[in-house]
Write a protein that binds this ligand. Structure first.
Ligand SMILES: Nc1ncnc2c1ncn2[C@@H]1O[C@H](COP(=O)(O)OP(=O)(O)O)[C@@H](O)[C@H]1O
Ligand SMILES: [Mg+2]
Length: 286
């Protein structure tokens, strides 16, 4: 049973889950290699499966990454599979989920060619690209900053990127964000992430913004929302999934669904690495 844990040349040494997962996989009897998705010398056919771990530079090269996923999935099992990755790497999926009646943060979308001045009039809001990760190009604005927000949206639209505008959910400032981790559809553990967007602060230029993480017990409502979101997906049970929720007056709301390259925060979940490895070993044995 040969498994590749796929990172990126640009992300080597940045993925805190890689080493605990590799060790747990070896313990579970899996022959495990860490490889970069963009390393042209790798022959993917020599693996039984490839797990997307930290291909964190795909945002700037999405068509190339999606083509690589399709190619690789013909040579080995790819987790998660290419159709999931294609759907999940563009936050326009939030619109699909909202239409199904799930509690998604109010989301407005602008497409290239749209007038950036039509962005919704909200008291405090976030402008971000629909294809994005690590908080890059995401910024928080007050109504009074509207000209700057329009300029930000215009910059993204001019780069042929779709734009997502959401109200800023202020409860995150006290309660933080909750990320719930699932392996093979089963809840494993959760973490709290401190708020990332400060008023008046420019977006990060790093591969991802530094995050402050602690272990967290999710509430029954958070668990319920996360389970409902996963149950609504048009895919078979996924090897891994992360559901990110923000608190609000009306209960937890979906911020994003990470089915491609999530940090799974193994160091914060007792037994989490072993649970993930067991899921992978069972899949490899199928
Ligand atoms: N609508 C929002 N309300 C409050 N905070 C937000 C909102 N949208 C984004 N943020 C903050 O910005 C961070 C990054 O946004 P997110 O949508 O998770 O994109 P990414 O894919 O870059 O992680 C979040 O972790 C959160 O701290
Ligand atoms: Mg996020």
């Amino acid at each position: 049973m040969k498994l590749a844990l796929a990172t990126a040349i640009a992300a080597f040494d940045l993925d805190d889950d890689l080493e605990p997962l590799r060790v747990a996989c070896e313990k579970a009897g899996i022959d495990t290699s860490v490889v970069a998705w963009d390393d042209m010398t790798v022959s993917w056919a020599r693996f039984d499966a490839v797990l997307l771990r930290s291909p964190w530079d795909y945002v700037e090269r999405l068509p190339e990454f999606l083509a690589w996923c399709e190619r690789t999935a013909k040579q080995a099992a790819l987790w998660n599979p290419p159709d999931v990755v294609r759907w999940n790497t563009d936050k326009r999926y939030l619109g699909d989920l909202a239409r199904q009646g799930l509690p998604v943060i109010e989301s407005h979308f602008l497409a290239p060619g749209d007038d950036p001045a039509t962005l919704p009039d909200l008291e405090e809001f976030v402008v971000k690209p629909t294809v994005g990760a690590g908080s890059r190009d995401a910024q928080r604005y007050l109504r009074a900053d509207r000209p700057a927000a329009i300029a930000h949206a215009k910059r993204l639209l001019d780069q042929a990127r779709h734009v997502l505008v959401q109200p800023y959910l202020r409860a995150v400032d006290e309660q933080g964000e909750t990320a719930l981790l699932f392996f093979e559809g089963q809840f494993s553990h959760a973490i709290r992430k401190a708020p990332l967007l400060k008023r008046g602060e420019d977006p990060t230029s790093a591969l991802f913004k530094a995050e402050s993480i602690t272990a967290r017990q999710p509430s029954a409502t958070e668990l319920d929302v996360a389970n409902r979101v996963l149950a609504a997906l048009p895919f078979d049970t996924l090897a891994y999934a992360r559901v990110d929720l923000l608190p609000s007056d009306t209960g937890p709301q979906l911020l994003e669904l990470e089915l491609t390259e999530p940090s799974v925060f193994l160091p914060y979940g007792e037994g989490a690495a072993a649970r993930f490895a067991a899921v992978l070993a069972a899949r490899l044995a199928r």
